[in-house]
Design a binder for this molecule. Structure first.
Ligand SMILES: [Mg+2]
Length: 240
C-alpha cells in the first residue's frame, strides 16, 4: 500500500488566480445590475455600504460568514429592497444577479500544469478539493479528477479551522500521515493541515507573493513555485 493515499487541493490561488476571476465576476454583476436594476447598481458601487451590509448580515446570521454564495445573494436582496423593489421582486432579481456573478466566477484560467498534474495524480491517489470559496469543481469539469469536493459552507467553518481537513480524512478513511494538502495560503492551508498531521505542499508562486512572509508554524513539508512540480513533489514526500 502506498504511503500517501489522499491528496487534497485548495482551489483559489492554488489552481488559478482568484483576484482576476473575482474582479471579472464583480464587473459582470455590476453590468447585470446596470441592465436590469439600475438603481441597485448605483447602490452596489458604494462599496462602504456593501461592507456595512456584509457586517450587519453576518452579525445577524453568523453562519453566513462561512457561506460566501448565500452572503452575496443576501446582500444583493437587501440592496434591491433598498433600491425600492418589493420583497419577491428583490429576491428574484438577486438570484438572477448572483447567477450572472457565479457564471463569471467559473471562467477561470488554470495555472500552467494544473490540469496535467490533476490528471496524473488522479491515477495514483484519491483527490479532493477543500475551499473556503464558492468555486464549484463540477462546473469546471474537475470532477473528472476529484473524488470529492467540500467547501466551507458544507462544514460550517472556513480554513484554518480543522473541519474541512477532518471531513476529507473521514470521507476517505485515511490517516493524516497518508494525506498531502496542496495550497497557496501559509495559514489557511499549510499551517492548518500540518497541525492535523497531514503533509503539506505549498504552492508559493507569483500569485502568492503577497503572503510570502510566513510564521514558523507554516513550514510546509515541500514548497514549490509551479504546479508542474506537484507530481515530483508528492513523490518526494512519499520518499521521505
Ligand atoms: Mg487559496
Amino acid at each position: 500500500m502506498p504511503r500517501i493515499r489522499l491528496v487534497t487541493f485548495d482551489l483559489d490561488n492554488t489552481l488559478w488566480n482568484v483576484q482576476t476571476v473575482i474582479g471579472n465576476a464583480e464587473r459582470r454583476l455590476v453590468g447585470w445590475l446596470d441592465d436590469h436594476a439600475p438603481a441597485a447598481a448605483a447602490l452596489y458601487r458604494r462599496s462602504e455600504d456593501i461592507n456595512a451590509m456584509r457586517i450587519d448580515l453576518i452579525a445577524a446570521q453568523p453562519q453566513l460568514a462561512h457561506d460566501l454564495s448565500r452572503l452575496r445573494e443576501e446582500i444583493l436582496g437587501l440592496l434591491l429592497r433598498r433600491a425600492g423593489y418589493g420583497s419577491a421582486e428583490a429576491e428574484r432579481l438577486a438570484a438572477q444577479a448572483f447567477a450572472a456573478f457565479l457564471e463569471a466566477r467559473h471562467e477561470v484560467e488554470f495555472f500552467d500544469g494544473a490540469l496535467d498534474a490533476l490528471a496524473a495524480l488522479s491515477r495514483r491517489y484519491v483527490l479532493g478539493s477543500l475551499t473556503n470559496g464558492n468555486a464549484d469543481p463540477k462546473k469546471l469539469k474537475l470532477d473528472r479528477y476529484l473524488t470529492f469536493s467540500f467547501c466551507a459552507a458544507d462544514v460550517g467553518a472556513m480554513k484554518p479551522a480543522p473541519d474541512l481537513f477532518r471531513r476529507a480524512l473521514e470521507h476517505s478513511g485515511v490517516h493524516p500521515y497518508q494525506a498531502v494538502h496542496v495550497g497557496d495560503h501559509p495559514i489557511d492551508d499549510i499551517a492548518a493541515a500540518a497541525k492535523l498531521g497531514m503533509h503539506t505542499l505549498w504552492v508559493n508562486g507569483p500569485a502568492q507573493q503577497a503572503l510570502r512572509r510566513t510564521p514558523a508554524e507554516a513550514q510546509a513539508t515541500v514548497e514549490i513555485e509551479r504546479l508542474d512540480e506537484v507530481v515530483d513533489a508528492i513523490e518526494r514526500i512519499e520518499g521521505m
